[in-house]
Design a protein around this ligand. Structure first.
Ligand code: ATP
Ligand code: MG
Length: 524
């Protein structure tokens, strides 16, 4: 049997995994049964990007709000009628927690009658088989996959299949969802589903779509990996104008969005996780009137998305202004400014900056300056015993990086000269073992020892050294274990002679920096 918990653990990002733990603890403490459901399970099993975590509880999730907030989650929206809360977990991971429910559609175009239910009943009200699975996160059954419609088989066949013949009639927003998933995954609709889809389209079921569903579908567009492709498919099927009657591809800044998604991927590869949603919305509606934009914003339930979208231009302008000012006069200061800015703002400004200087600075930040990290002499630092075990290590590593960025350390020799004063005193040599006459004789008779392979400790040291260097996403690889092990021997004369080692590191840092600065000035 597949181990879905293991699959979940290796597929979620560290922040998402921590988020699952957080929600699990809160639900458990409240005595509510919790399941990971919907798209999260689909994407975990099939290997797609997991964009948000969909949880379902048997009971009312609204009563978890306080405890979730205490645990570090932010409540970003609440839908009282469906008893669903939208949350942002530490590290920007998005999630929603819904109540397990049944939905009875009594009148076309009217919201369904909602009643609390078990998870098994809840799975029956879902849209497609691949979205109708639940993974138990409860003691006793943790890891059990509930898959009443054989969604796993449809994931393997790569088809989108509705659960029953009335699916599109009950909720016409599923027509838009079907197109969106078909476009995202490049999968076809299963044959009968396609037939139902065609007749629903012909019968204009879409006219009965609920306004709340429109808002959900618009928000979902913001988080697509390839929103342009999805929008094109929606337009082709006639659904884009359902989302807003003036919406066509002509309203979209296609160049802007292409550039945005490219830069986003670049940033993701570097280890950032910018939420591109607000910027995607900005470009998807670039040529809309203010009134139309405001209408669209009103229909979106996730107010955090709307707020971020509304503020995006102003915030970007602010950041651009700071990048043009004294605060970003040198590469190191620019680096500090951009590192402390939100990744989504850096992303948006990278694509929209009007000033060439701003554009260049962001470009340097994302590419050229990262390579400067390779110049941090990690093996030599380990040799000097400047390792993450030192409390002042982060500051020293950061100072070296900043000086390298500003071109104030121009060679390895200069860098080492800067570093040496920070080397701590070597540990005292171990006391010589007292040997008896017999032991001495045995030692003399023994063959010459082959140098032992460096132990795991040395390797760890090197790795840790690399990890603590600023901007870990592109930190240089750790020095080879053997080299580190050999070089970090305390008896090495060079390490021994590190003179000001006994001084408190802060003082040493200040002194070394001060010593360095005037020399630089003179040179200029
Ligand atoms: P995404 O990757 O875009 O988040 P998703 O399938 O998770 O895709 P959500 O909008 O997050 O979509 O919804 C979570 C789950 O709720 C879905 O997987 C599906 O089971 C259920 N769901 C959402 N909308 C509908 C709907 N209109 N009808 C039936 N079930 C729905
Ligand atoms: Mg989802």
């Amino acid at each position: 049997m597949a181990d879905y918990i293991y699959t979940m653990e290796i597929r979620l990002t560290p922040d998402q995994l921590k988020g699952v733990g957080l929600v699990q603890d809160v639900a458990r403490a409240a005595g509510l049964n919790l399941y990971l459901t919907g798209g999260a399970i689909r994407d975990i099993i099939s290997g797609f990007t997991i964009r948000d975590l969909d949880f379902t509880v048997q009971g009312n999730p609204l009563k978890l709000q306080k405890e979730l907030e205490k645990a570090g989650a932010k409540i970003t929206a609440v839908e009282e009628d469906m008893r669903t809360i939208f949350i942002s977990l530490p590290g920007n991971a998005r999630a929603e927690i819904s109540m397990a429910r049944t939905e009875r559609f009594e009148k076309t175009g009217k919201p369904p009658l909602v009643t609390p239910a078990t998870i098994h009943e809840d799975l029956r009200r879902r849209d497609f088989t691949i979205n109708a699975m639940a993974l138990s996160l409860n003691e006793g059954s943790r890891g059990l996959l509930l898959d009443p419609f054989n969604g796993v088989a449809d994931l393997e066949t790569k088809v989108i299949r509705i659960l029953h013949n009335y699916s599109f009639l009950e909720d016409p927003s599923r027509l838009i969802r079907a197109t969106r998933f078909a476009a995202r995954f490049h999968w076809p609709l299963e044959e009968r589903t396609q037939a139902r889809y065609d007749s629903a389209k012909e019968g204009k079921y879409i006219d009965h779509i609920l306004r709340s569903s429109i808002g959900h579908e618009i928000a979902a567009l913001a988080h697509e990996d390839d929103p342009l492709h999805v929008v094109k498919m929606l337009e082709k099927e006639g659904w884009l104008e359902v989302l807003h009657d003036h919406w066509t591809l002509a309203k979209v800044d296609t160049n802007g969005i292409t550039q945005l998604m490219k830069t986003r991927q670049q940033m993701v590869d570097m280890g950032y996780s910018p939420d591109a949603g607000p910027a995607v919305m900005y470009f998807l509606t670039s040529h809309f009137s203010e009134k139309d934009i405001s209408d669209i914003q009103k229909s979106i339930p996730r107010k955090d998305l709307v707020e971020a979208w509304r503020d995006i231009e102003d915030h970007a302008k602010e950041l651009a202004k700071r990048l043009m000012g004294k605060e970003a006069a040198t590469p190191s200061r620019t680096w500090q400014l951009l590192s402390s800015a939100r990744a989504e703002m850096v992303l948006f400004l990278a694509v929209t900056a009007k000033q060439q200087a701003v554009e260049q600075k962001i470009k340097n930040y994302l590419t050229k300056w990262r390579q400067v990290q390779q110049k941090i002499p990690l093996p030599e630092m380990t040799e000097l015993l400047i390792t993450p075990q030192l409390p002042e290590y982060p500051k020293i590593a950061n100072d070296v990086f900043m000086l390298l960025l500003d071109g104030k350390l121009r060679s390895r020799t200069e860098t080492l000269k800067f570093l040496k004063p920070f080397a701590p005193p070597p540990p005292p040599p171990p006391p010589a073992p007292r040997r008896g006459r017999a032991a001495k004789a045995a030692a003399e008779a023994a063959p010459v020892a082959v140098p032992a392979k460096p132990g795991p400790k040395a390797g760890k040291k090197g790795k840790a050294a690399a990890a603590a260097v600023p901007a870990p996403s592109s930190a240089p690889p750790p020095p080879k274990a053997a080299k580190v092990a050999e070089k970090s021997k305390p008896a090495k004369p060079e390490a021994k002679s590190a003179k000001p080692a006994a001084k408190p590191a802060k003082k040493a840092a200040a002194k070394a920096a001060a010593k360095h600065a005037p020399a630089e000035k003179k040179k200029r």
